[in-house]
Write a protein that binds this ligand. Sequence first.
Ligand SMILES: NC(=O)c1ccc[n+]([C@@H]2O[C@H](COP(=O)([O-])OP(=O)(O)OC[C@H]3O[C@@H](n4cnc5c(N)ncnc54)[C@H](OP(=O)(O)O)[C@@H]3O)[C@@H](O)[C@H]2O)c1
Length: 302
Amino acid sequence: MVDRRRVALSGASGLVGCAVSKDLTASDYHVVALVRDSRKAETGSSVLWSPERGVFEPSRLEGMEAVVHLAGENIATGRWSENKKAKIRKSRVDGTKALCASLAGLTRKPKVLVCASAVGVYGHGKSSVDETAPLGNDFLAMVCRDWEGACSQALQAGIRVVNLRIGVVISTEGGALGKMLLPFKFGVGGRIGDGTQWMSWIHIDDVAGAIRHCIEDEAYRGPVNATAPLPVTNAEFTATLGKVLRRPTVLPLPEFMVRLMFGEMGDSILIGGQKVIPARLEAEGYPFEHRDLEGALRSFKL
Ligand SMILES: NC(=O)c1ccc[n+]([C@@H]2O[C@H](COP(=O)([O-])OP(=O)(O)OC[C@H]3O[C@@H](n4cnc5c(N)ncnc54)[C@H](OP(=O)(O)O)[C@@H]3O)[C@@H](O)[C@H]2O)c1
């Protein structure tokens, strides 16, 4: 039997987690899901963990090649009540601290921890930002800062840590594009607000590919932007999606409606935006499968 290198993966049931699991398995890794539901932890390929307590049987993570940590309360569903915001923050910051404490206690520690973060760490703006840019200070930016900071125990234990600042993931399985497809197909899609906000998107296959690159190439450590090289404005995204679907996109969603419908969440992720450049991935020669939006959208055969 081939001795496959093992990778532990939290958030394996999510949009990104499913794609990462598929990609790593196809590249001859053995994926061990870190699951929160004890009923799912009964098989050999799952290990129970909780964002409050960390990994229940940490010895099962001895000798891992890598740990990929994606778990966190979904940001884009439901209004941001105080309770929801606390869940968004706690699930990421406390969850990452607990996981890192478990990893730091291992005898044979993983070589690398790839921990999700988000481009929201930069706050909002219209000029290009790479990994050296100053960070924002709104709610999401603060969550991302602390989420990245929560990896410190793994770092101190000598584990290479990559904080992957993920952009808007495009996939037909869910996420932003998943939600937009239906109205656009019915011809009632349109730009949001004045459409000048930037959207730093990335194709789902490139998120998975970038994570594998970060596992395999020791040059990656610290913040790494996971976005396509050619970000677009919301107006460009709207026009391109309309073109690919061959549907009109003449019904804009005014800002006040976004605020009425989605509250603070709408302000933060639909009206706000950032123009993020994947400088580290480009510098290390990551071979993007999808550099431009039209090609990326056409790959889904919408
Ligand atoms: N999708 C995007 O466009 C995007 C953009 C930027 C950053 N990100 C970040 O990348 C990560 C993965 O994104 P995704 O789109 O795959 O997210 P997702 O579909 O919402 O999946 C996240 C996974 O986290 C676990 N989870 C859910 N609620 C949780 C909670 N309260 N506490 C702990 N774990 C919880 C679940 O996995 P289990 O039930 O298996 O534990 C869930 O499947 C997230 O942290 C997200 O913030 C995503």
